[in-house]
Design a protein around this ligand. Sequence first.
Ligand SMILES: Nc1ncnc2c1ncn2[C@@H]1O[C@H](COP(=O)(O)OP(=O)(O)OP(=O)(O)O)[C@@H](O)[C@H]1O
Ligand SMILES: [Zn+2]
Length: 681
Amino acid sequence: MAHNYIKDDLQVEEQTGRVGFQIIITLLGGTLLICALIASFTFDSPDTGDILAGIATVLLGGPLVWVALKDLAQGHYHMNELVALAVVAAFAAGWYIEAGFIAFFMIIAVLIENRTALGAQASIESLIRITPTKAYKLDATGNEIEADARELQPGDVVRVRPGDNIPADGRVKRGNSTVNQAPITGESVPVEKEEGDEVFGGTINVTGAMDIEVTKAGEDTTLGRVKDLILEAERTKIPIMRMIDRYAAWYTPTVLMLVAIVWFFTSQTADVDDAARRAIAMLVIACPCPLILATPTAMVAALSAAARLGVLIKSVIDLEAARNLTAMVFDKTGTLTTGQLEVTRLSPAEGVEGADLLRAAATAEQSSRHPVARAIASVARKARLKLEEPTEFEEVAGKGVRAVVGGKTLLVGRAVWISEYIDDDAVRTAVQTAQQSPEANGLSTLFVLQDGKLMGWVGLADNTRPEAANAIDQLRELGLKRLIIVTGDRESVAQRVAAQMHTEYKSEVLPHQKLEMVDELKSRGHRVAVIGDGVNDAPALAAGDISIAMGAAGSDVAIHSANIALMNNNLNRIPFLVNLSRQTSNVVKQNMLIGGVTIGVFFALFAAGMGGHQAPILAAVLHVVSSMAVVFNSARLVRAGEDIEQAEHAEAAKAAPNQPEPPRPTQAPPADDGAGAPAMA
Ligand SMILES: Nc1ncnc2c1ncn2[C@@H]1O[C@H](COP(=O)(O)OP(=O)(O)OP(=O)(O)O)[C@@H](O)[C@H]1O
Ligand SMILES: [Zn+2]
């Protein structure tokens, strides 16, 4: 904040309270000033006017001078000194009305600056303050008791009805519904929720009633994390902001010196009053508010626009850097594709039953969170297979899993890795043949090995995200030179996806090779963003100049491992980010120009005697106007991404009327139909 009337670290509410008090003082001072003006015109004796203006100046200028003195006493220079000095000088010269007006305009500037800054912060706060305070907890007998949402504990079960805010993060225990997750994910299309699905505190339950088992409550929820991150991001600084902080100490003395020089010469040639007016006007116009506000107001506005679309930028440094990216490395599974794989083929080896192959694969994969593991688990559930608990389990990143069940060792994973464990040449050839077979073409394949014996393979398919190709086209139009898909999956799958996206690709890459690729791009001078879902790509994410985690809602790891957390899975947020970064940079440049030109040009003009008798008040008005121009210019950024939002709203509205299921009453868990078992080959 430009003038430090208000401590940054106060809570918003307290700040708002302070601002309210200041408005009253300002209004009072302003009224007195106007009375003083009228009095000085209507009464012959100027005394009444002067007394009123004097009181107004003390009311308005008092705090200003007080803060300046306090700053001086603490040994740091701020811009307050310049204005304070101007007010004191005008007061000392007996120009009470001028002194009053300078103080008045300064305070108006401060109020609007603070209001707007608070406004931006408050918009984020409002995004955050949606955390509900009430919850309906179910006790052991199934009775609802009203409870404080902040006092919920993991394990509690709460009931939410249509229209309720969901009080905490949790998992649906009974019932189903659609949920508007926009407060967290920035996506207004409601999401279907059924038993076992994850829900987030602060999102809005739309159609049905659900019982939810709390997994995280209070500050631990996703909403709590998001709030912390946004507030932290606002405190971060890009280098130019640090530079301004550093030069601020030199600024005030330099201005004072220049003013002293002008004063020295003009007081000898012109009359002293004129010299004093010039000096006062120069002090006022030199106040660097517009320059100091130029960057932070733009950054905060951009951060809040991004947050609204579910793009959590954790530091303004990354917001600033995004505009200069030249390359992007995309993970495939879960990033460009939905990551919701489907088992489309079971291909048991001779003498093995399809069901046994599936059971073996599912048993080994039980504890894995990899998308392929989930796909297999889901089919096994639908086929109602009973699974044994492995006695040993190990996941080899980017390769597969190893489990020991009933004394037998199961290996499930990619062909190359599995082949390492096959002694029999004929079997190894069989794996290769299967891998190259037309049935496996375009499918992700997992081979299952039991005690060195091949049980067969499982084929999985994944769909590309509908908006992916378009998002990548936009990135290309934005001038990004290299767009590369890097995947651990096999060639034929990677090639198919890359063909749809018109990008380069690299397949069958191990996690550490993803990292090496990023390093290589960087060594060639590229500024690289890595976009991943956090599964087997954490090292690559860490290596990027900027890392972007997809679908971060619900995954603390993803939120924390990347510079930018995308709370939804919508890839169009990535070109939006690059655009936003460029817009923000432009706004900052415009602001600097507005501030620099106003201060530089008018400083010189006032030195040359512009404005005559009105110079001090004119300077105060110009200072307010230029500060406002900067603040409002920045505020334009808050609207960035509105087109995306509107398009999504329209889509949500279109989807709403023909929703497949009417609101359903709670309780009865939907029966599992057991259908959907995959085709047996
Ligand atoms: N838990 C697992 N069970 C079985 N196979 C696995 C497992 N984890 C990895 N694999 C095998 O290793 C390969 C590479 O995995 P990795 O996670 O690196 O990439 P991916 O999921 O295929 O795609 P992307 O790299 O685009 O995310 C997978 O295609 C799969 O064949
Ligand atoms: Zn100022």
